[in-house]
Design a protein around this ligand. Structure first.
Ligand code: ATP
Ligand code: MG
Length: 500
């Protein structure tokens, strides 16, 4: 026997048949049957598989977020999946839900490591460790990464989830806050997401927050006994955290709590007002929501969220803000910074709900059905060439008969097929079949094969577009060409670099 999920002593595995085990309990001599767990391992609760049929949705979000961030001057950074636990204790904050309840921490050779619950702390650690903050400021980076939080799984709340996030270090100006908010908004727009509200707030600096903490202590202190146990400890250490408590009693009490905006110092108030005026200049609509405190302790001054009501309770698709004290807290020079993170799974929920467009999933462009070994070798070579052209080309790697090969080509939705056998090899030409229309074209199997296929493929694609779409395809291709190669043509257009 190889596996027994029953760890109790009175059970013994005695037989195994067709994926099932039989066990008996010696006391009562009953025989039980249960699933063979070893063959039936499921993914952990709160995690998701992204299947090939859905991966184009992820590509869409990643591509649009990446390109939009690049257009705002941000470059990608990649950081480790786990960091020393201390990093999150010092940045996210010891009294936050994330640190108190949600971190996946392991002890490895006497050091405590934690799977990243968010991206900012690791990114700032990497920027410090690699001297990025000594280079031209502001530094602008973005990341796409997985995060891990031990929360109660539900729609839009997972234990492993993914974030697209950005960080900008080196500007204390509210103009940077507006820039970062504008980037988040533009990404959401480029994704085609509608009906999303921007809420902003200021949670002040340590100076004004000290007075606010006092007011909160007084307010919540009067109802101390009604607060949950965690919030009672927060009362002393970090009373603002109580406003973020998910317990119904604490949030009900919190509804009448004093608001931070009444306690802002002159500098923080001016910053917040200037941000609002920049947002107006950029035509970005917003609402002030004094209840937003964010779940992570490192924030100062501006905090913001983009929220939708269309995906249920987990409607915050993007959260961010300024964290002017974090870099110093992590051992760097005092450097103002800010950023945001979007939950990719939540973006997908909204996009599915709103029927947003995704990039077209990749299908097979051409499938070669080969009969015989010589034909198979020809198919291999033609595929190799076409793949260099950027086509998705396949041939039979299973050794099936012709009929089964064609059935497979149909199943995978191949645009074109070509059958190659001895006759085609002898003639040096074979019929290219367009699967949708059934139209066939004879093409020579020579060194011009890929060019000829390319011409037929592009004709078919243009035929399927109306004139405006076709013009757009040409314009995009021309732009991409100029972007990659510069304008070095002979067309006589008098553009820079034109040799004509
Ligand atoms: P929430 O209030 O929904 O718990 P949060 O304040 O904990 O969010 P952040 O730490 O600011 O979230 O993370 C940024 C974004 O990451 C959130 O706005 C959300 O879109 C996404 N996110 C956070 N936690 C999860 C999770 N457990 N599952 C899926 N997405 C998440
Ligand atoms: Mg949370």
């Amino acid at each position: 026997m190889t596996y027994c999920p029953f760890k109790r002593d009175n059970f013994h595995v005695i037989d195994e048949t067709a994926g099932l085990y039989y066990v008996y309990s010696p006391g009562s001599i009953t025989i039980e049957r249960f699933e063979n767990m070893a063959n039936n391992i499921k993914r952990p609760n709160g995690t998701e598989d992204v299947l090939p049929k859905d991966v184009h949705k992820w590509y869409t979000i990643e591509k649009i977020a990446r390109e939009t961030a690049e257009s705002y001057g941000f470059s990608e950074i990649r950081i480790p999946t786990f960091e020393s636990t201390d990093l999150y204790m010092r940045s996210v904050g010891e009294t936050t839900d994330v640190v108190q309840k949600e971190m996946y921490t392991v002890m490895a050779k006497e050091t405590k490591f934690t799977l990243r619950p968010e991206g900012t702390a690791g990114t700032i650690r990497a920027m410090l460790q690699n001297g990025l903050l000594n280079e031209a400021m502001p530094q602008r980076v973005f990341y796409i990464l997985s995060c891990f939080r031990h929360e109660r799984p539900q729609a839009g709340r997972l234990r492993e989830f993914h974030q697209f996030g950005i960080e900008m270090a080196g500007s204390s100006s509210p103009c940077a806050d507006a820039e970062v908010i504008s980037l988040a908004k533009t990404i959401l727009e480029h994704l085609g997401i509608r009906n999303i509200e921007l809420y902003i707030n200021s949670i002040g600096c340590p100076d004004c927050r000290a007075k606010y903490h006092e007011a909160l202590r007084e307010f919540f202190g009067a109802r101390r006994d009604e607060l949950c146990e965690t919030c009672r400890t927060r009362l002393e250490k970090n009373p603002m955290r109580i406003l973020d408590c998910k317990s119904p009693v604490c949030s009900e009490i919190g509804k009448n709590a004093p608001i931070i905006l009444d306690y802002l110092c002159d500098d923080c108030r001016e910053h917040f007002e200037k941000l609002q005026s920049y947002l107006k200049t950029l035509g970005i609509e917003f609402r002030i929501n004094p209840k937003i405190v964010r779940g992570l302790d490192y924030y100062t001054k501006t905090v913001f969220e983009f929220v939708t009501t269309e995906i249920g309770a987990q409607g915050t698709v993007c959260g961010g803000g300024r964290y002017d004290g974090l870099i110093e807290e992590l051992g760097g020079q005092k450097t103002p910074a800010l950023g945001f993170a979007m939950g990719i799974e939540r973006l997908l929920l909204v996009m599915d709900k709103q029927g947003c467009d995704y990039l077209t999933p990749k299908k097979c462009d051409i499938y070669f059905a080969a009969m015989g070994d010589a034909a198979l070798e020809k198919a291999m070579m033609l595929c190799k060439e076409l793949r260099e052209f950027g086509y998705r080309a396949e041939y039979d790697v299973v050794g099936r008969g012709l009929k089964a090969q064609m059935k497979y080509a149909n199943k995978i939705g191949a645009e074109f097929t070509m059958v190659i056998g001895d006759n085609e090899l002898n003639d040096g030409a074979a019929k290219l079949k367009e699967m949708e229309s059934g139209k066939e074209t004879l093409i020579r199997l020579d060194d011009k094969f890929s060019n000829n296929f390319d011409a037929i493929f592009i004709d078919k694609m243009l035929d399927s577009l109306d004139e405006a779409e076709a013009v757009k395809v040409f314009e995009t291709a021309a732009q991409e060409y100029v972007h990659e190669h510069g304008h070095d043509c002979n067309c006589g257009c008098k553009e820079d670099g034109c040799n004509g």
